[in-house]
Design a binder for this molecule. Structure first.
Ligand code: ASP
Length: 274
């Protein structure tokens, strides 16, 4: 079996589903699981509709800091709070394949990206600028009840991207995000944290989306991976999603036999198999 699953973030933006499906088909042409997940995420990073790469969320201070990770069993590459690069997922892949480290952050991640040949690039879009203005207005007028209130995030969360694959007996996972809306500079979500927003092991791969702080506390992706073999993937996804209650959350998974995606919102996702 060959599986590829993509998601475009826990959100209410169902209209992104056709794009996610199109990108899944394109990326499924890649020969390895790692290439397929990296290509999936790269395609979504380059589409300004998604909160990753071009079109990433803008933080309260006006800066854009992005997180990305790739994982295969026993290997990880991640960048945390990287700035001014077009494709954070490609830098994360290079951290895994071309550096002695697993995770690079901030200035060091940017320096590494330049060394690897990724030029200066501004991922800012008008859509995210406008969104940030709306959020700041709502904050000022007291319309935002509390930080990370689920109702608020139903409106402003999402569009983060991720992919998991099982191709020729190999698993891989990749994720990329501009982070949740309304965050402080320096904030790190679940996406680049192995076990939280991404996990790839001997039994399969999982990638999560939603409020990073809640995902880290629950180590959602590692827990989902560890349940493979005990339950069907759909049961595992249901159990993990249930654990989040009303807190916006979504997860995609692959094992040797199954592929699955589930969210308590309307996460656009695509499952492709052969
Ligand atoms: N999980 C991401 C974060 O907290 C956001 C998202 O999935 O939309 O950074």
């Amino acid at each position: 079996m060959r599986f590829l699953v993509l998601h475009g973030g826990a959100s209410l933006r169902e209209e992104l589903k056709p794009k996610v499906e199109k990108f899944a088909e394109l990326a499924f042409e890649k020969e390895t699981a790692l290439d397929a997940v990296v290509e999936s995420v790269r395609l979504m990073e380059d589409d300004p509709d998604f909160n990753a790469g071009t079109g990433s969320n803008i933080r309260i201070d006006g800066s854009i800091q992005m997180d990305a990770a790739v994982m295969i069993p026993n290997e990880l590459g991640a960048v945390i709070n990287i700035e001014r690069v077009k494709n954070p997922v490609l830098v994360a892949r290079d951290v895994m394949l071309k550096s002695p480290h697993l995770i690079l952050s901030g200035d060091g991640a940017v320096q590494f990206a330049r060394k690897m040949g990724y030029p200066d690039y501004d991922p800012r879009t008008k859509y995210r600028e406008d969104k940030r203005k709306i959020i700041i207005e709502k904050l000022k007028s007291g319309q935002i009840p509390e930080y990370y209130h689920p109702e608020f995030f139903k409106e402003f969360l999402g569009d983060t991207v991720g992919a998991v694959a099982y191709i020729d007996g190999k698993f891989a996972a990749a994720v990329s995000t501009g982070g949740t809306a309304l965050t402080l500079r320096g904030r790190v979500g679940d996406s680049p944290i192995p076990g939280a927003g991404i996990y790839c092991g001997e039994k399969g791969a999982a990638v999560a989306t939603g409020i990073g702080e809640e995902i880290i506390k629950r180590m959602a992706s590692l827990r989902a991976h560890n349940m493979i073999g005990d339950y069907s993937l759909h049961d595992i996804c249901s159990r993990i999603v249930k654990d989040f209650g009303e807190i916006p959350f979504g997860i995609i998974m692959v094992s040797r036999e199954e592929a699955c995606g589930l969210s308590n919102l309307k996460m656009p996702y695509a499952v492709i198999s052969e």
